[in-house]
Design a protein around this ligand. Sequence first.
Ligand code: PNS
Length: 157
Amino acid sequence: MTRRAITPGTFDPITNGHLDIICRAASMMDEVTVAVAKSAGKHPLFPLEERARLVRQATEHLPNVSVEAFDCLLVDFARQKDAHVIVKGLRAITDFEYEFQMNALNQQLDYNLETIFIMSPPEYMYLSSSIVRELASFGADVSQFVPPCVAKALAKV
Ligand code: PNS
């Protein structure tokens, strides 16, 4: 059986922390689809297609990773992709409450869809897209936190 996984997120923008989780998911699974959520309620800085393009560029070295935008329930997207696993990163303890809730909800909606959590390494524990956006908005150098294509895109905002 082909092991297909989804790594979902808003990716506004993708950070090196996201990339670390995607790489590790790709090393465990046969096929990984990075699912870039529209997340309209979060009023993202980058439009959906731009976020997906940046993820695509940042993951182009990973042959079993593909990238798609989606605007539906995650469980429905996973079904469309015939994926049985969601892989998510867990950073500091602050992530836990939200992820606990999402896991319970997704399990209720589709019991056969399993969520696996990968702990972020210490260097990415406190890294988030919102911190990167804030740093960039003050003109700080974000190149140690994001892939080069993202640093370039942020410099243009
Ligand atoms: O990177 P984020 O913003 O923490 O990712 C959150 C995301 C996109 C994984 C989550 O909001 C999600 O799964 N959205 C799709 C819609 C959905 O299934 N929502 C859960 C039920 S309300």
